[in-house]
Ligand binder design. Sequence first.
Ligand code: ZN
Length: 361
Amino acid sequence: MAGDANRVRIVLNFDRKPEVNWFLLRAPHRLVVDFPETDFGIEEKETEPRGLISRVRYGRMAPGHSRMIYTMPGPFKVEEVSVLKNETSPGYRMIADIVSASESDFESAMRERLAAAPDAGTAKEVVKQKPTDDRFMIAIDPGHGGIDGGARGVSGTFEKTITLTFAQELKKSLEATGKYNVVLTRNEDVFLRLDERVRIARENEADLLISIHADAISMRDFRGATVYTLSDRASDAEAAATAARENLSDELAGLTAEEEQDHVADILFDLIRRETHAFSIHFARTLLDSLGETVHLVGNPLRSAGFLVLKAPDVPSVLVELGYLSNPEDEKQMKDPAWRAKAVDSILRAINIFAAARAGG
Ligand SMILES: [Zn+2]
């Protein structure tokens, strides 16, 4: 990237000819560029803010699909995006020229491009791993992934990496008991929409969904684990802020916000949802009893807010923030296999209790 506050040129080199699609998003103003699946060999310093560009994200969206997102501090205009064959060296280069522009110019360009974009989403088929028996089915959801790195630790750890490692270790230990079927919403570094995570749990007829996260806030001293359940009104201001951060995932990945579907006003449906909610709270309490023996918890560790990933009406769901990546001690622990083994074991014990009660009742 080269330029100043009025004009910037982005040059990306490719080893083969990329098919490029781009569109614009606002709040904040962004240029989203889609490619076929790409191995990014980009050094961190090359994406440092410069000129018109205040932030760069990139990563895998789905099999066969990668994306880069350039955030600007204000409205801009894309003069040209072109892909050229290199004359003196092998490969191709993409060049994008961007200039600052008025809000109304940005608005009309945004609408024009969105209408032309083949698919701004990541719709894809979920392979249903249909349970072959009637064992208790647990969906584990490693938060974030791909282009959405999640929170960033003091020493640079990405939340998406911690959550995937933890989820895989939890799956292994659950399966070792022989009592459970386990499905991971993702098993690699790939982006998944929040509603896709819910859909995977529902399609696998999960008896429980556990979404794994690791938060970060500006208060460095703050540390400890928290368990969240779904509620319309947040239990407290911190819970509301955490849900707002976690719910941003789709937007960070450059997806346009979809209208939330109105739930069918159906008495039976409402009963199911209420029963599910009671089970979610029951499991959250059991989980905290067990976690509290091995892991440092925040004050009032059972909290609730409007997390989109907890919205399955028929799957008891909790979201666990293992700790704060913004706290050096917590970050160190989450990277420590011995600490994770203890936490995994606590969750396993809570699931044993919960599943036994469900089977008995
Ligand atoms: Zn998270």
